[in-house]
Design a protein around this ligand. Structure first.
Ligand code: MG
Length: 262
């Protein structure tokens, strides 16, 4: 964490070519505080305004999340690219795109979600997002092992892939998309620095994509937002650790100010 307390050098590096930069951020835990009921997550004060302003100064600004685009686009300004379900769908310049192999999985996802509601561990919350399913044990930490075991069975029965997430397990179609493939694709459209802001285990592939970009000579900033539940793997690999979504808003403001001051 070379910049954990002195972020000025890192901000200067990114701001020096902000017009060609890709700035990408997760949603939950980075723009919105973590809440007990994920359906109630909303961006923190100032987040929407700073996203709108930053999007006017950088090459591309993107929100990359495990949530569906339909949820994210309720909050994220239209100028900002929205990538949902770990890359299975996106919304950019008013155009919605769904991964070409994803649509055929909707029926399977519905079936697996229905079965999970009927046969899953009591207390597990089943959230079906169309092309992904989240099996939550938030509020019931004692259910972790039972939900983990059930998610394995459900993944196997539906031919799905499983991903550990915050207080939950997620089921996805077997399509090679994650936040790493998303970032590689978006970064290819820009020539400048690449910033990724994450807080969760699902953000690790994005950090790995930044490792590759850094090795190829691109300036990068791996930004981790800390919370009581943040994964240590992400903190260890971060160039900068921010304390909650409010600090992300401040970080984005500082990027804009630094770019304007140059
Ligand atoms: Mg998150």
């Amino acid at each position: 964490m070379p910049y954990s307390n002195d972020s000025q050098a890192l901000i200067g590096l990114i701001a020096a070519d902000l017009a060609n930069a890709l700035i990408a951020t997760d949603f939950d835990g980075t723009l919105s505080p973590i809440v007990e009921d994920p359906a109630l997550a909303v961006p923190c004060d100032g987040a929407i305004a700073v996203l709108r302003e930053l999007s006017a100064h950088c090459g591309e600004l993107a929100v990359v999340s495990g949530r569906p685009v339909s949820y994210l686009s309720r909050f994220v300004p239209a100028e900002v690219t929205v990538v949902g379900l770990y890359g299975l769908e996106s919304l950019k310049d008013g155009q919605t795109q769904v991964h070409s192999n994803a649509g055929i999985w909707r029926e399977t996802m519905d079936d697996v979600a229905t079965a999970a509601r009927l046969r899953g561990p009591k207390g597990m919350v089943v959230e079906c997002k169309g092309l992904s399913i989240t099996l939550h044990y938030r509020g019931h930490p004692e259910l972790e092992k039972a939900v983990e075991a059930y998610s394995e069975i459900a993944a196997h029965s539906g031919g799905l892939r499983r991903r550990a997430a915050r207080m939950s397990f997620e089921l996805h179609p077997p399509i090679d998309e994650d936040k790493g493939t998303v970032i590689r694709r978006l970064a290819a459209d820009q020539s400048g620095p690449v910033v990724y802001i994450g807080d969760d285990i699902g953000d690790l592939p994005a950090f790995e994509a930044l490792d590759e970009l850094a090795a190829a000579g691109r300036p990068v900033a791996r930004v981790c937002v800390s919370s009581s539940e943040v994964t240590a793997q992400l903190v260890e690999r971060a160039d900068l650790v921010l304390n909650g979504p409010g600090a992300v808003v401040e970080f984005m403001k500082r990027l804009i100010e630094a770019a304007q001051g140059q």
